[in-house]
Design a protein around this ligand. Structure first.
Ligand code: ZN
Length: 260
């Protein structure tokens, strides 16, 4: 009987201790910073916090190329931001450049080539139709969409300047850039396999309230394989929650990373 009481007391002390640990406080701060995160996801993170922090730390440690940067309508890049390691999308690689003048950051281009090689082995050709876009290019594109569609419709599928993942140089629009792309062999291949190569569907169906954009079956962002694993295991496969959490976690840490 006495031993049972002691165990209960020890368990309570351990729980109290864990709740007050630096990791626990960081997890709570990051959860609070991602208000759209569903309560059941936050609960799953809390209930297996050590495993979560391990996965999170692995994804961050493996991000040597600075891929896990938050960019969205609420967190914009400056007009002067342009990656310094852009390389042109070239003929002779496993993917097909849809036109001249396309470019990606070097690690994303390598990852695209690697993924496209796997697609080719399955008899599927991946066509990259849009890639890096400068702030100025995005400004023109957005203004044109607003003129043609009206602001409300444009805002559902077109990022204002500074808010586009394309300015990071790690996002690709594939194929036709229309809903029909989902029905093509390439669209189906990407939906099933992109994650295994570190590419993540940025704007999945049904999450416009979270991502700010309607479903875009053609738009994938390279985040790395470990980040996709983190996103799939803990964030329901939703990149936006994973990126927002990583951003909040890094902001609260001892070695906060400078914004691009
Ligand atoms: Zn796109």
């Amino acid at each position: 009987m006495r031993r049972a009481v002691l165990c209960v007391a020890l368990a309570a002390a351990a729980a109290a201790c864990a709740a007050g640990s630096p990791d626990a406080r960081r997890v709570e701060a990051a959860i609070a910073a991602v208000p759209s995160l569903p309560a059941e996801m936050a609960a799953a993170i809390r209930s297996d916090r050590d495993a979560f922090v391990r996965d999170l730390s692995a994804a961050i440690a493996s991000d040597r190329d600075g891929l896990l940067v938050r960019v969205d309508k609420a967190r914009r890049l400056g007009a002067g931001y342009k990656p310094d390691d852009l390389v042109p999308l070239a003929k002779g690689r496993s993917y097909l450049p849809g036109r001249d003048g396309l470019a990606l950051r070097a690690p994303a281009e390598r990852a695209l080539d690697e993924m496209a090689r796997a697609a080719r082995a399955d008899g599927v050709t991946l066509v990259a139709s849009s890639s890096f876009r400068s702030f100025e290019y995005q400004e023109k594109l957005y203004d044109r969409n607003v003129r043609e569609l009206g602001k409300a419709a444009a805002d559902r599928e077109s990022a204002p300047p500074g808010a586009s993942q394309h300015q990071l140089g790690t996002a690709v629009d594939f194929g036709s850039i229309t809903d029909d792309f989902a029905l093509t062999r390439a669209g189906r291949w990407l939906a099933a396999n992109a994650g295994a190569w570190g590419w993540s569907l940025s704007f999945p169906d049904g999450y416009e309230g979270v991502t700010g954009y309607r479903w875009e079956c053609w738009h994938f962002r390279y985040v790395g394989k470990e980040a996709v694993a983190l996103q799939d295991r803990w964030f329901g496969g939703v990149q936006q929650w994973m990126i927002e959490f990583v951003d909040a976690w890094l902001a609260s840490g001892p070695t906060a990373r400078p914004a691009p």
